[in-house]
Design a protein around this ligand. Structure first.
Ligand code: ADP
Ligand code: MG
Length: 858
């Protein structure tokens, strides 16, 4: 059998080491891909799949992308979560014996990209690592290579908590041990949509010493080493800009499980998966990309410590009141470039002179920024100013060395200022002098030959030449110059003197370009030593930016500073921060809310579409806004600091996710019950909707009772089971409230007002009428309803039970009726009872009524 060609043999050998990446194999002006890589890449990149004879057997599938436009293709693959290994020719093909030597020079992965155009400005790009330990704990490390930040979190309470923590973080890639159980790997990949990478080596490398000084737990060290080893092995890059690992103590933050992060639409909406319509969208009035990234982080981790919250609120308050100063502050911030990512790129050595000029301009604003901050009459703001240390040495270095408007390339000169380097000045002087000499020569030759159009030009191939048009050739004395080139209507000449000068000029030019490049690298290296300063600066500037953004949005939307109290939560005229903005016309109806120890469960009834869900979510969002240090949407707020927020949103509202099974509903409820404390907030929105009426109602009641008797968490509970409103009699800490709707000329009008007590009607038929169902049908439904209401409906058992014991529903009528009524009538009545009008479209209601009527007529 024929053998593979040597080149394909080389390919296969290299590919074996990069099985999980697309291998971009350099061949002349192309990167080629073969076999499965080719088939997959042609599909993902929509490029043509071809074939190539490889020496053995069938032709090999192949496709390729031009070297010059490879970046776009790479970006597409990375965005789709793939990795790309760049394999270059590492010896000169002309002198190579046999197959040109090739090596992978870079592995580009979703978590390690640094190229500005592959990163989202206002979002972190994390590569994380996950390690599990025999004691059942997990450690997550977050690293953003573009900014250098490192965060470490220890999770000691199980795998579920890991998923809740990772959910919704901008993690593009996660480095794990190959021993992590398969089902966990699958969850990371499929449920969280993160690219997996493996690194089993977790030994600690002494090089990391400075990054890990503050880690005094071996588990944290190992987890951090896993990540750093991976980055070093695959990226072969400097890690100079990485910051010391910050340990995130999850217990110090308000914990939001993944359901809440999702249901409350904190940073993205459920349906469109975008920022628009989320709380972040409303609150993001930051002026810099750094600020925007920090705000997102704050939203993911609201604070628990009252002093820290108050410190932020003090600053926001100061910014809020100092309107004029805040305006100038915003203007200054707008001119600050992304210092954080710039620092990262300086460390990696991929900045050009223009970037450094932007750095200089950003740093030049610091003194002004400080001054502006000192103008606010607030000590917390002034201490932010103290914390901004103007890096004059960097500014001076950059200002003294780089021209103001350098080219993009750092290899073509025109970067360094005159007077910065003596040698460079000498070269430049030589060049300049040479050019002056040439200009003078031109003048002199013109005069002596009397040829006015004589000129001295330059091109890359021939260098300097004297050009005389054919029409003037007769004026030129024989033998004055040496002929070099003939054009259609001119001759070009040189002289030994001219060549000599040319050599001097070119040599000086070449040397000065070389020198400029070296000087630039030197400057860049010098700045590299100041990266921690830049990172600190970036951190303070981001914080200022987020807080001025809070002041700006609070003023624009009329938010109020909350007070934190021990036990009695009280919000006057609260609003939903997002819906209020979406409605724009100011027609949002504000509502009060009050929860304390004696009444910590509110049971909310009211017709569909009246505003129950809105009311519940607005409390959670208000609490979160308060705990990140922002003002809140209301006239006055006494808030308590919640330790955790849980949400369970009913199946019918959950259609979009496509996974609204009753099981998910119960899982979420269980998650709340298992973890909530008396400092937590639980939102249960129409729980029990995903199953049959009795089932659902039984579970709903049992859950409320359990929370009431055992957990004592602040709870909002909305339900369409009117029967549950009688719980107020048996559960002393439960209070009924309802959303008011009014009947007006037989129609229902939603007022969106919350009132004490239970809703008295279901309004379902009115909603059907609003939907313009035929009048006879509505009349018939009204009659049926009256008949049903006349009969005894099932009532929940409300007598006291041993805590934790389930209650059951009895329907005495059922047995009795069975004997009296014809079989189909029994079934029709039952069907009618079970029918959930709130969940039906008008058409479904119509069909159902039609069917029931038909059955009765039989
Ligand atoms: P429910 O949960 O009772 O079915 P929602 O809370 O989903 O009702 O509210 C339905 C719609 O009513 C919302 O999308 C919003 O447009 C409007 N709405 C709710 N609350 C208010 C309010 N307080 N003021 C004005 N409109 C409201
Ligand atoms: Mg609802």
């Amino acid at each position: 059998m024929a053998k593979l060609t040597p080149m394909m043999e080389q390919y296969i050998k290299i590919k074996a080491e990069y099985k999980d990446a697309f291998l971009f194999y350099r061949l002349g002006d192309f990167y080629e891909m073969f076999y499965d890589d080719a088939i997959n890449a042609s599909r993902e990149l929509e490029i043509t799949l071809t074939k190539r004879a490889g020496g053995k057997g069938d032709p090999i599938p192949m496709c390729g992308v031009p070297y010059h436009s490879a970046e776009n293709y790479i970006r597409t693959l990375i965005e789709k979560g793939y990795k790309v290994a760049i394999c270059e020719q590492v010896e000169d093909p002309k002198t190579a014996k046999g197959v040109v030597k090739r090596e992978v020079v870079q592995l580009i992965t979703p978590g390690t990209v640094m190229e500005t155009n592959m990163l989202k400005e206002g979002e972190n790009n994390y590569i994380a690592s996950l390690s599990h330990f025999n004691d059942g704990s997990y450690v997550i490390v977050y690293n953003d290579l573009s900014t250098g930040e490192n965060h470490i979190a220890l999770i000691s309470h199980g795998w579920d908590a890991v998923i809740h923590e990772l959910y919704n973080q901008p993690i593009k890639e996660i480095v794990i041990s190959s021993n992590l159980p398969d089902d966990m790997q699958l969850q990371l990949q499929d449920r969280l949509n993160i690219t997996l990478s493996y690194q089993d080596e977790v030994t600690f490398n002494a090089e990391y010493r400075s990054l890990t000084e503050n880690l005094n737990d071996e588990r944290l060290m190992k987890a951090f080493s896993r990540l750093l080893n991976y980055i070093q092995h695959t990226q072969k890059r400097a890690l100079d800009h990485l910051q010391k690992a910050k340990v995130i103590k999850l217990k110090q933050y308000l914990s939001l499980d993944m359901y809440s992060k999702r249901n409350l639409e904190l940073t993205e909406t459920i349906i469109k998966k975008g920022k628009h319509g989320s709380l972040l969208w409303v609150l993001d009035k930051t002026a810099t990309a750094m600020g925007s990234r920090m705000l997102k982080k704050w939203l993911e981790r609201p604070l628990l410590n009252e002093n820290q919250i108050e410190e932020r609120l003090e600053i926001v308050d100061g910014f809020y009141r100092g309107f004029m100063e805040r305006d100038s502050l915003r203007d200054i911030l707008k001119s600050v470039y992304d210092l954080e990512r710039l620092a990262g790129r300086i460390a990696f050595g991929n900045v050009n002179a223009r970037d450094l000029i932007q750095l200089k301009r950003s740093l030049q604003t610091i003194p002004e920024l400080k001054n502006t901050l000192y103008q606010f009459n607030r000590k917390e703001i002034n201490s932010l100013a103290d914390d901004l240390i103007s890096p004059d040495h960097i500014v001076n270095l950059l200002d003294g060395s780089l021209v103001d408007d350098p080219p993009i390339s750092i290899k073509e000169g025109s970067i360094i200022k005159d007077g910065y380097n003596e040698q460079l000045d000498t070269y430049r002087y030589a060049t300049k002098n040479g050019k002056k000499w040439i200009a003078e020569l031109e003048k002199k030759e013109k005069q002596e030959t009397n040829i006015k159009s004589l000129k001295i030009g330059y091109n890359r191939v021939f260098g300097y030449y004297i050009e005389v048009t054919k029409a003037n050739l007769h004026l030129l004395p024989e033998g004055r110059y040496e002929r070099k080139q003939t054009l259609t209507n001119a001759e070009r000449y040189i002289t030994p003197e001219l060549k000599e000068k040319e050599e001097l000029i070119l040599e000086a030019e070449e040397k000065s370009i070389d020198l400029e490049y070296r000087l630039f690298i030197e400057i860049r290296e010098k700045i590299k030593n100041h990266i921690p300063e830049l990172q600190h600066l970036a951190d303070v500037v981001s914080k200022i930016d987020v807080l001025q953004g809070f002041a700006t949005v609070s003023e624009a939307n009329n938010y109020k500073r909350p007070q934190f109290v021990e036990s009695k939560l009280n919000i006057k005229n609260g609003r939903h921060p997002v819906i209020e903005q979406v409605m724009k016309d100011g027609s949002f109806v504000p509502n009060d809310i009050s929860l304390d120890e004696s009444k910590n469960i509110l049971l909310i009834t009211g017709p569909n579409m009246s505003g129950k869900s809105t009311y519940m979510r607005q409390l959670a969002l208000t609490a979160i806004m308060g705990q990140i240090g922002c003002f809140v949407p209301c006239d006055d707020a006494d808030l308590i600091i919640f330790d955790q927020i849980f949400t369970r949103i009913g199946a019918a509202d959950d259609l979009v996710s496509g996974q609204s099974t009753f099981m998910v509903e119960m899982l979420e409820a269980n998650h709340a019950i298992a973890n909530a404390t008396d400092r937590s907030l639980i939102l249960l929105d129409e729980i029990g909707r995903g199953t049959s009426t009795y089932d659902g109602m039984a579970l709903a009641q049992a859950i409320v009772e359990h929370i009431h008797n055992n957990i004592h968490a602040k709870t909002l509970f909305s339900t369409h089971y009117h029967e549950l409103t009688t719980l107020e009699d048996s559960l002393s800490n439960l209070k009924n409230i309802h959303v008011r709707a009014e009947e007006h000329e037989g129609n229902v009008v939603f007022l969106h007002q919350i009132k004490d007590g239970a809703a008295d009607q279901s309004y379902g038929i009115h909603v059907a009428k609003l939907a313009k169902l035929p009048d006879p049908l509505i009349e018939r439904a009204t009659a049926i309803l009256q008949q049903l209401e006349a009969e005894d409906k099932p009532k929940p058992i409300t007598e006291k039970m041993d805590s934790g014991q389930l209650s059951f529903f009895v329907d005495e009528n059922k047995k009795v009726k069975k004997e009296k009524q014809p079989a189909n009538s029994d079934k029709v009545i039952n069907d009618l009872k079970e029918m959930n009008l709130f969940e039906m479209t008008p058409m479904e209601a119509m069909n159902e009524l039609y069917r029931l009527q038909k059955e009765m007529k039989q």
